[in-house]
Design a protein around this ligand. Structure first.
Ligand code: UT7
Length: 351
Protein backbone atom coordinates (compact mmCIF):
# COMPACT_ATOMS: atom_id res chain seq x y z
CA UNK A 1 0.00 0.00 0.00
CA UNK A 2 1.45 3.36 -1.06
CA UNK A 3 1.31 6.38 1.24
CA UNK A 4 1.43 10.02 0.17
CA UNK A 5 4.33 12.13 1.43
CA UNK A 6 5.05 15.82 1.15
CA UNK A 7 8.29 15.88 -0.85
CA UNK A 8 8.60 19.66 -1.16
CA UNK A 9 6.85 22.71 0.25
CA UNK A 10 6.94 26.45 -0.41
CA UNK A 11 4.98 29.64 0.03
CA UNK A 12 4.81 33.15 -1.35
CA UNK A 13 3.26 36.26 0.13
CA UNK A 14 3.23 39.62 -1.66
CA UNK A 15 5.69 42.22 -0.37
CA UNK A 16 3.03 44.93 0.21
CA UNK A 17 2.11 45.04 3.93
CA UNK A 18 -1.27 46.51 4.89
CA UNK A 19 -1.50 47.27 8.61
CA UNK A 20 -4.65 47.69 10.68
CA UNK A 21 -3.80 51.42 10.79
CA UNK A 22 -3.86 51.46 6.96
CA UNK A 23 -7.41 50.06 7.07
CA UNK A 24 -8.39 52.69 9.67
CA UNK A 25 -7.71 55.30 6.98
CA UNK A 26 -10.39 53.91 4.61
CA UNK A 27 -13.13 52.56 6.92
CA UNK A 28 -14.52 52.93 10.42
CA UNK A 29 -12.41 50.37 12.26
CA UNK A 30 -9.58 50.36 14.78
CA UNK A 31 -6.34 48.48 15.25
CA UNK A 32 -7.56 47.67 18.77
CA UNK A 33 -10.85 46.11 17.55
CA UNK A 34 -9.14 44.01 14.89
CA UNK A 35 -6.43 42.72 17.21
CA UNK A 36 -8.82 42.01 20.08
CA UNK A 37 -11.37 40.12 17.95
CA UNK A 38 -9.07 38.39 15.47
CA UNK A 39 -5.41 38.66 16.57
CA UNK A 40 -4.52 40.09 13.14
CA UNK A 41 -1.88 42.85 13.07
CA UNK A 42 -1.28 43.09 9.34
CA UNK A 43 -1.89 41.27 6.05
CA UNK A 44 -0.35 41.28 2.55
CA UNK A 45 -2.01 42.57 -0.64
CA UNK A 46 -0.79 41.68 -4.11
CA UNK A 47 0.04 44.42 -6.60
CA UNK A 48 -3.19 45.00 -8.60
CA UNK A 49 -3.03 44.17 -12.33
CA UNK A 50 0.49 42.75 -11.88
CA UNK A 51 0.07 39.89 -9.41
CA UNK A 52 -2.81 37.44 -9.54
CA UNK A 53 -3.82 34.31 -7.67
CA UNK A 54 -2.04 32.30 -10.38
CA UNK A 55 1.21 34.27 -10.36
CA UNK A 56 1.46 34.01 -6.57
CA UNK A 57 0.75 30.27 -6.81
CA UNK A 58 3.53 29.91 -9.37
CA UNK A 59 6.10 31.52 -7.06
CA UNK A 60 5.12 29.16 -4.21
CA UNK A 61 5.08 26.16 -6.57
CA UNK A 62 8.58 26.92 -7.91
CA UNK A 63 9.97 26.75 -4.36
CA UNK A 64 8.12 23.48 -3.61
CA UNK A 65 9.31 21.95 -6.90
CA UNK A 66 12.92 22.90 -6.21
CA UNK A 67 12.78 21.54 -2.66
CA UNK A 68 11.29 18.27 -3.93
CA UNK A 69 14.25 17.94 -6.31
CA UNK A 70 12.07 17.40 -9.38
CA UNK A 71 11.60 19.34 -12.60
CA UNK A 72 8.36 21.05 -13.66
CA UNK A 73 7.88 18.50 -16.42
CA UNK A 74 7.74 15.72 -13.79
CA UNK A 75 4.38 17.04 -12.55
CA UNK A 76 1.51 14.74 -13.51
CA UNK A 77 -1.40 16.55 -11.90
CA UNK A 78 -2.08 20.10 -10.67
CA UNK A 79 -4.73 20.61 -7.99
CA UNK A 80 -5.54 24.27 -7.36
CA UNK A 81 -7.67 25.37 -4.40
CA UNK A 82 -8.94 28.96 -4.47
CA UNK A 83 -12.06 31.06 -4.02
CA UNK A 84 -10.52 34.06 -5.80
CA UNK A 85 -9.57 32.74 -9.24
CA UNK A 86 -8.09 34.89 -11.99
CA UNK A 87 -11.08 34.11 -14.24
CA UNK A 88 -14.66 32.90 -13.81
CA UNK A 89 -13.46 30.15 -16.14
CA UNK A 90 -11.15 28.46 -17.06
CA UNK A 91 -9.81 27.64 -13.63
CA UNK A 92 -6.44 28.52 -12.13
CA UNK A 93 -5.10 24.97 -12.59
CA UNK A 94 -4.52 25.39 -16.33
CA UNK A 95 -3.32 28.98 -15.86
CA UNK A 96 -0.72 27.70 -13.40
CA UNK A 97 0.34 24.99 -15.85
CA UNK A 98 0.93 27.74 -18.43
CA UNK A 99 2.65 30.07 -15.94
CA UNK A 100 5.03 27.27 -14.96
CA UNK A 101 5.60 26.48 -18.66
CA UNK A 102 4.62 22.84 -18.23
CA UNK A 103 4.14 21.73 -21.80
CA UNK A 104 3.30 18.04 -21.46
CA UNK A 105 -0.40 17.49 -22.08
CA UNK A 106 -0.48 14.29 -20.01
CA UNK A 107 -0.48 16.69 -17.05
CA UNK A 108 -4.04 17.15 -15.74
CA UNK A 109 -5.38 20.20 -13.90
CA UNK A 110 -8.25 20.44 -11.42
CA UNK A 111 -9.70 23.40 -9.54
CA UNK A 112 -11.19 22.99 -6.08
CA UNK A 113 -13.82 25.47 -4.86
CA UNK A 114 -13.98 24.60 -1.18
CA UNK A 115 -12.79 27.86 0.31
CA UNK A 116 -11.11 27.50 3.74
CA UNK A 117 -11.01 23.70 3.57
CA UNK A 118 -9.84 23.67 -0.08
CA UNK A 119 -6.31 22.58 0.74
CA UNK A 120 -7.49 19.64 2.89
CA UNK A 121 -9.97 18.61 0.18
CA UNK A 122 -7.16 18.86 -2.38
CA UNK A 123 -4.88 16.75 -0.20
CA UNK A 124 -7.61 14.14 0.12
CA UNK A 125 -8.09 13.99 -3.67
CA UNK A 126 -4.33 13.84 -4.30
CA UNK A 127 -3.93 11.10 -1.70
CA UNK A 128 -6.31 8.82 -3.63
CA UNK A 129 -4.37 9.28 -6.89
CA UNK A 130 -1.02 8.61 -5.20
CA UNK A 131 -2.26 5.61 -3.20
CA UNK A 132 -3.55 3.91 -6.32
CA UNK A 133 -0.26 4.58 -8.11
CA UNK A 134 -2.06 6.63 -10.77
CA UNK A 135 0.20 9.69 -10.43
CA UNK A 136 3.79 10.04 -9.18
CA UNK A 137 4.13 13.83 -8.68
CA UNK A 138 1.15 15.99 -7.77
CA UNK A 139 1.38 19.75 -7.32
CA UNK A 140 -1.22 20.91 -4.80
CA UNK A 141 -1.63 24.65 -4.36
CA UNK A 142 -3.80 26.92 -2.24
CA UNK A 143 -3.73 30.56 -3.32
CA UNK A 144 -5.88 33.66 -2.89
CA UNK A 145 -5.93 37.25 -4.07
CA UNK A 146 -8.74 38.40 -1.78
CA UNK A 147 -7.76 42.05 -1.98
CA UNK A 148 -9.29 42.38 -5.47
CA UNK A 149 -12.77 41.44 -4.19
CA UNK A 150 -13.19 43.17 -0.81
CA UNK A 151 -15.49 46.02 0.16
CA UNK A 152 -13.22 48.77 1.49
CA UNK A 153 -16.09 50.85 2.86
CA UNK A 154 -17.30 50.58 6.46
CA UNK A 155 -20.16 48.36 5.26
CA UNK A 156 -17.70 45.54 4.55
CA UNK A 157 -15.50 45.95 7.62
CA UNK A 158 -16.44 42.69 9.39
CA UNK A 159 -15.19 40.72 6.36
CA UNK A 160 -12.51 42.96 4.86
CA UNK A 161 -10.26 43.34 7.91
CA UNK A 162 -9.82 39.58 8.18
CA UNK A 163 -8.57 38.62 4.73
CA UNK A 164 -5.15 38.71 3.08
CA UNK A 165 -3.39 37.45 -0.05
CA UNK A 166 -0.82 34.68 -0.50
CA UNK A 167 -0.07 31.20 -1.78
CA UNK A 168 1.29 27.89 -0.52
CA UNK A 169 2.24 24.76 -2.47
CA UNK A 170 3.30 21.18 -1.89
CA UNK A 171 4.67 18.41 -4.10
CA UNK A 172 3.08 15.08 -3.21
CA UNK A 173 4.73 11.77 -4.01
CA UNK A 174 4.44 8.15 -2.93
CA UNK A 175 6.38 7.39 0.24
CA UNK A 176 8.99 4.65 -0.01
CA UNK A 177 8.64 3.64 3.63
CA UNK A 178 5.64 2.31 5.53
CA UNK A 179 3.65 4.17 8.18
CA UNK A 180 4.64 7.68 7.23
CA UNK A 181 3.27 10.44 5.06
CA UNK A 182 -0.46 11.16 4.96
CA UNK A 183 -2.02 8.67 7.39
CA UNK A 184 -5.60 9.75 6.70
CA UNK A 185 -7.79 12.62 5.48
CA UNK A 186 -11.34 13.39 6.61
CA UNK A 187 -13.66 15.71 4.68
CA UNK A 188 -17.19 16.88 5.52
CA UNK A 189 -19.87 19.28 4.31
CA UNK A 190 -23.25 20.70 5.31
CA UNK A 191 -24.88 22.92 2.69
CA UNK A 192 -27.61 24.16 5.06
CA UNK A 193 -25.65 27.34 5.74
CA UNK A 194 -24.27 27.94 2.23
CA UNK A 195 -25.23 31.63 2.16
CA UNK A 196 -23.96 32.43 5.67
CA UNK A 197 -20.41 32.85 4.39
CA UNK A 198 -20.62 33.48 0.68
CA UNK A 199 -19.82 35.59 -2.34
CA UNK A 200 -23.00 34.97 -4.31
CA UNK A 201 -22.67 37.49 -7.14
CA UNK A 202 -21.92 37.16 -9.96
CA UNK A 203 -23.76 33.89 -10.43
CA UNK A 204 -26.59 32.43 -12.50
CA UNK A 205 -28.97 32.31 -9.52
CA UNK A 206 -30.28 35.80 -10.41
CA UNK A 207 -31.65 34.67 -13.76
CA UNK A 208 -30.50 37.84 -15.54
CA UNK A 209 -29.19 37.71 -19.06
CA UNK A 210 -28.24 40.32 -21.62
CA UNK A 211 -31.07 41.19 -23.98
CA UNK A 212 -33.10 38.01 -23.86
CA UNK A 213 -36.30 39.18 -22.15
CA UNK A 214 -38.21 37.01 -24.60
CA UNK A 215 -37.14 33.94 -22.65
CA UNK A 216 -38.09 35.44 -19.30
CA UNK A 217 -34.76 36.95 -18.33
CA UNK A 218 -34.39 40.55 -17.20
CA UNK A 219 -32.27 42.87 -19.22
CA UNK A 220 -28.97 43.97 -17.76
CA UNK A 221 -27.79 47.32 -19.00
CA UNK A 222 -24.38 46.84 -17.42
CA UNK A 223 -23.50 44.11 -19.85
CA UNK A 224 -22.17 41.41 -17.52
CA UNK A 225 -24.19 38.25 -17.99
CA UNK A 226 -24.50 37.52 -14.27
CA UNK A 227 -24.33 41.01 -12.72
CA UNK A 228 -27.35 43.28 -12.74
CA UNK A 229 -27.71 47.01 -12.45
CA UNK A 230 -29.58 46.49 -9.16
CA UNK A 231 -26.75 44.39 -7.70
CA UNK A 232 -24.24 46.99 -8.81
CA UNK A 233 -26.22 49.92 -7.40
CA UNK A 234 -26.86 48.16 -4.10
CA UNK A 235 -23.22 47.05 -4.02
CA UNK A 236 -24.40 43.46 -3.59
CA UNK A 237 -21.16 42.36 -5.19
CA UNK A 238 -19.01 41.52 -2.17
CA UNK A 239 -18.55 38.57 0.19
CA UNK A 240 -20.84 38.42 3.22
CA UNK A 241 -20.39 36.56 6.47
CA UNK A 242 -22.50 35.76 9.51
CA UNK A 243 -19.39 35.94 11.67
CA UNK A 244 -20.93 34.74 14.92
CA UNK A 245 -22.55 31.66 13.36
CA UNK A 246 -19.32 30.78 11.55
CA UNK A 247 -17.30 31.26 14.75
CA UNK A 248 -19.67 29.12 16.88
CA UNK A 249 -19.81 26.31 14.32
CA UNK A 250 -16.05 26.39 13.73
CA UNK A 251 -15.16 25.88 17.38
CA UNK A 252 -17.37 22.76 17.47
CA UNK A 253 -16.28 21.24 14.16
CA UNK A 254 -12.51 21.79 14.52
CA UNK A 255 -12.05 19.64 17.66
CA UNK A 256 -14.49 17.01 16.29
CA UNK A 257 -12.63 16.53 13.01
CA UNK A 258 -9.21 16.54 14.72
CA UNK A 259 -10.37 13.79 17.09
CA UNK A 260 -11.75 11.86 14.10
CA UNK A 261 -8.30 11.87 12.47
CA UNK A 262 -6.52 10.84 15.67
CA UNK A 263 -8.94 7.98 16.35
CA UNK A 264 -8.57 6.59 12.84
CA UNK A 265 -4.84 5.99 13.43
CA UNK A 266 -5.12 5.12 17.14
CA UNK A 267 -3.44 8.29 18.33
CA UNK A 268 -4.51 10.69 21.05
CA UNK A 269 -4.15 14.45 21.40
CA UNK A 270 -0.94 14.05 23.44
CA UNK A 271 0.72 12.41 20.40
CA UNK A 272 0.36 15.56 18.25
CA UNK A 273 3.70 17.30 17.66
CA UNK A 274 2.19 20.17 15.71
CA UNK A 275 -1.37 21.24 14.96
CA UNK A 276 -1.81 23.62 12.04
CA UNK A 277 -5.35 24.94 12.05
CA UNK A 278 -6.68 26.98 9.14
CA UNK A 279 -5.84 30.55 10.08
CA UNK A 280 -9.40 31.92 10.30
CA UNK A 281 -9.16 33.90 13.51
CA UNK A 282 -6.55 33.66 16.30
CA UNK A 283 -9.40 33.40 18.84
CA UNK A 284 -10.71 30.28 17.06
CA UNK A 285 -7.21 28.69 17.12
CA UNK A 286 -6.84 29.55 20.82
CA UNK A 287 -10.25 28.05 21.59
CA UNK A 288 -9.31 24.79 19.82
CA UNK A 289 -5.94 24.69 21.62
CA UNK A 290 -7.63 25.13 25.00
CA UNK A 291 -10.36 22.59 24.26
CA UNK A 292 -7.76 19.97 23.25
CA UNK A 293 -5.37 20.90 26.09
CA UNK A 294 -2.40 21.53 23.77
CA UNK A 295 0.58 23.62 24.87
CA UNK A 296 1.58 26.76 22.91
CA UNK A 297 4.51 25.01 21.17
CA UNK A 298 2.12 22.42 19.69
CA UNK A 299 -0.06 24.88 17.74
CA UNK A 300 1.27 26.99 14.87
CA UNK A 301 -0.30 30.38 14.12
CA UNK A 302 0.80 33.10 11.72
CA UNK A 303 -2.53 34.90 11.15
CA UNK A 304 -1.04 37.87 13.02
CA UNK A 305 1.16 38.60 9.96
CA UNK A 306 -0.96 37.43 7.05
CA UNK A 307 -4.63 37.56 8.08
CA UNK A 308 -6.92 34.82 6.79
CA UNK A 309 -5.66 33.61 3.40
CA UNK A 310 -8.42 30.97 3.05
CA UNK A 311 -7.20 28.04 0.86
CA UNK A 312 -3.61 29.29 1.18
CA UNK A 313 -3.53 29.54 4.96
CA UNK A 314 -2.62 25.92 5.78
CA UNK A 315 0.15 25.49 3.17
CA UNK A 316 1.63 28.91 4.05
CA UNK A 317 1.63 28.01 7.76
CA UNK A 318 3.00 24.51 7.12
CA UNK A 319 5.75 25.93 4.92
CA UNK A 320 6.73 28.55 7.52
CA UNK A 321 6.66 25.99 10.32
CA UNK A 322 8.90 23.70 8.26
CA UNK A 323 11.31 26.55 7.47
CA UNK A 324 11.49 27.38 11.18
CA UNK A 325 12.39 23.78 12.04
CA UNK A 326 9.08 23.20 13.81
CA UNK A 327 8.24 20.21 11.59
CA UNK A 328 10.85 17.46 11.80
CA UNK A 329 11.17 13.93 10.49
CA UNK A 330 8.92 11.57 12.41
CA UNK A 331 6.67 14.34 13.79
CA UNK A 332 2.92 13.81 13.92
CA UNK A 333 1.36 16.83 12.20
CA UNK A 334 -2.36 17.49 12.18
CA UNK A 335 -3.99 19.88 9.70
CA UNK A 336 -7.59 21.03 10.18
CA UNK A 337 -9.91 23.50 8.49
CA UNK A 338 -13.45 24.83 8.63
CA UNK A 339 -15.20 27.43 6.50
CA UNK A 340 -17.70 28.46 3.85
CA UNK A 341 -20.08 25.79 2.61
CA UNK A 342 -19.95 24.82 5.41
CA UNK A 343 -17.11 22.43 4.63
CA UNK A 344 -14.47 21.16 7.02
CA UNK A 345 -11.77 18.54 7.22
CA UNK A 346 -8.55 17.27 8.75
CA UNK A 347 -5.44 15.36 7.77
CA UNK A 348 -2.93 13.49 9.91
CA UNK A 349 0.62 13.33 8.59
CA UNK A 350 3.65 11.43 9.90
CA UNK A 351 6.43 13.69 8.59
O1 UT7 B 1 -12.05 31.50 7.22
C1 UT7 B 1 -13.42 31.63 7.01
C2 UT7 B 1 -14.13 31.39 8.23
N1 UT7 B 1 -14.37 32.65 8.89
C3 UT7 B 1 -14.29 32.68 10.20
O2 UT7 B 1 -13.97 31.70 10.82
C4 UT7 B 1 -14.70 33.97 10.89
C5 UT7 B 1 -15.47 33.66 12.15
N2 UT7 B 1 -16.00 34.85 12.79
C6 UT7 B 1 -15.20 35.80 13.33
O3 UT7 B 1 -14.00 35.70 13.25
C7 UT7 B 1 -15.85 36.94 14.05
O4 UT7 B 1 -17.25 36.77 14.08
C8 UT7 B 1 -15.54 38.35 13.45
C9 UT7 B 1 -14.08 38.69 13.71
C10 UT7 B 1 -15.81 38.35 11.95
C11 UT7 B 1 -16.41 39.43 14.07
O5 UT7 B 1 -16.22 39.42 15.47
P1 UT7 B 1 -17.48 39.40 16.44
O6 UT7 B 1 -16.97 39.48 17.79
O7 UT7 B 1 -18.34 38.22 16.07
O8 UT7 B 1 -18.19 40.75 16.09
P2 UT7 B 1 -19.69 41.02 15.56
O9 UT7 B 1 -19.82 40.68 14.12
O10 UT7 B 1 -20.67 40.42 16.53
O11 UT7 B 1 -19.78 42.58 15.70
C12 UT7 B 1 -19.65 43.24 16.99
C13 UT7 B 1 -19.62 44.73 16.75
C14 UT7 B 1 -20.74 45.23 15.85
O12 UT7 B 1 -21.11 46.51 16.30
P3 UT7 B 1 -22.41 46.70 17.25
O13 UT7 B 1 -23.56 46.18 16.44
O14 UT7 B 1 -22.17 45.88 18.47
O15 UT7 B 1 -22.44 48.17 17.50
C15 UT7 B 1 -20.08 45.37 14.50
O16 UT7 B 1 -20.71 46.35 13.68
O17 UT7 B 1 -18.41 45.09 16.08
C16 UT7 B 1 -18.70 45.84 14.89
N3 UT7 B 1 -17.68 45.55 13.90
C17 UT7 B 1 -16.54 46.25 13.80
N4 UT7 B 1 -16.07 47.29 14.50
C18 UT7 B 1 -14.86 47.78 14.15
C19 UT7 B 1 -17.66 44.55 12.97
N5 UT7 B 1 -16.52 44.61 12.27
C20 UT7 B 1 -15.81 45.66 12.76
C21 UT7 B 1 -14.55 46.21 12.46
N6 UT7 B 1 -14.12 47.26 13.18
N7 UT7 B 1 -13.76 45.71 11.49
Amino acid sequence: MLNTKIAGIGHYVPSRIISNKDLESVMDTTDEWIQERTGIQERRYGIPHKETTTTMAARAAEIAIERAGISKEDIDFIIFATLSPDYFFPGCGVLLQRELKITKTECAALDIRNQCSGFIYGLSVADQFIKTGHYKNILLVGAEMHSMGLDFTTRGRNVTVIFGDGAGAVILQASETNNDGVLSTHIHSDGTYAEELAFINPGCHGGYHLGTEKFGYQNNTYGGIFLTQKMWEEEDIYPNMNGQLVFKTAITKFPEVIQEALQKSNYSVSDIDLLIPHQANLRISQFIQKKLGLSDDKVFNNIQKYGNTTAASIPIALSEAWEQGKVKDGDLVCLAAFGSGFTWGSALIKW
